[in-house]
Design a protein around this ligand. Structure first.
Ligand code: BEZ
Ligand code: FE
Length: 303
């Protein structure tokens, strides 16, 4: 095709990719090119703006390390990660508890704990979280894995508190198992909301857009059992001032929780309590539901 102009360039680019043997790759790349070209035409992108975009993406890449994924942070702040979660939920065979972001602070192999253990080494005000892990009909799932991780009462994850330490000690995280009825209970603290990492190009973008950069107070969970769809989710505190303006769009109505000062049903009396039941859908062959990853897995270079 010789008569390439600002319109025909799109079909020309797609035509050149048309022999792509992998049909899914072909579909994704064709759509990506169409939308990218439409975007450039829509805003009438100038050479200076194009170069600024290239510089920004370069800075995002340069900020990535085995401990930090600035590209995922970019995806989070653009609403892309939350969108991928919603699309993942739509593909479920059965509708269970809604998913939410895995976030950058998940760590594999958190300490194994017993029912009622406290996941925080130096708690100030302890709370109890309890409930059931069930199938979508409400039947308890015995021996389900309940992984939990969160910030402390000042809004810092263990990794942030031990920045620069070679082998950071795991704190504010743990792995529990449900009992024969599918019940779990544990002690922790009420986490404080916090700002996403703001010292990189994504933080600069967020500030340039006059956004506050905060995530509301939340507690992450990864819940699983053989034969069920892995659930990556988080529970959000109703009281947080940023509950309606999460910088990474992770909040969903059904994931907002209330802390009860006095809960007669709590398995551990004398502590404020949160009661939450997780419902797992049947496993589907549609891959992982983890929108996020341990950053060290992404920076691995394969030769
Ligand atoms: C988090 O929940 O830990 C998180 C998620 C997205 C960006 C930054 C932090
Ligand atoms: Fe978080």
């Amino acid at each position: 095709m010789r008569a390439i102009d600002h319109i025909t360039i799109t079909d020309a680019a797609i035509e050149q990719m048309s022999a792509t043997p992998n049909p899914r790759l072909k579909q994704i790349m064709e759509s990506l090119v169409r939308h990218l070209h439409d975007f450039a035409r829509d805003v009438d992108l100038t050479p200076e703006e194009w170069l600024e975009g290239i510089s920004f993406l370069t800075a995002v890449g340069q900020k990535c390390t085995p401990f930090r994924q600035e590209f995922i942070l970019l995806s989070d702040t653009l609403g892309m990660s939350a969108l991928i979660n919603h699309l993942h939920d739509r593909r479920a065979l059965e509708v269970g508890t809604k998913t939410s972001l895995l976030g950058p602070f998940y760590r594999q192999s958190s300490p194994q704990m017993n029912p009622g253990d406290c996941i925080v080494k130096s708690p100030r005000q302890q709370i109890v979280i309890y409930g059931k892990v069930t199938d979508i009909h409400g039947k308890g799932i015995p021996n389900a894995t309940v992984e939990i991780w969160q910030t402390d009462e000042d809004g810092a994850y263990d990794l942030q508190k031990q920045d620069g330490v070679d082998v950071p000690v795991m704190d504010m995280r743990g792995t529990f198992h449900t009992d024969a009825n599918g019940d779990y209970y544990l002690r922790t603290v009420l986490p404080l909301g916090y700002m996403i990492p703001m010292d990189g190009p994504v933080g600069a973008m967020v500030l340039a857009q006059k956004r506050h950069g905060y995530r509301p107070s939340h507690i992450h969970f990864l819940v699983g059992a053989p034969g069920y769809r892995e659930l990556v989710t988080a529970l959000y505190s109703q009281e947080d001032e940023h509950i309606d303006s999460d910088t990474v769009f992770g909040v969903t109505e059904s994931l907002i929780i209330n802390l009860k000062q006095d809960d007669p049903n709590s398995p551990m009396k004398g502590y404020p309590a949160i009661n939450y039941n997780f419902s797992l859908g049947a496993a589907a062959a549609d891959g992982s539901g983890r929108v996020g990853a341990d950053p060290s897995q992404i920076t691995k270079v394969s030769h």
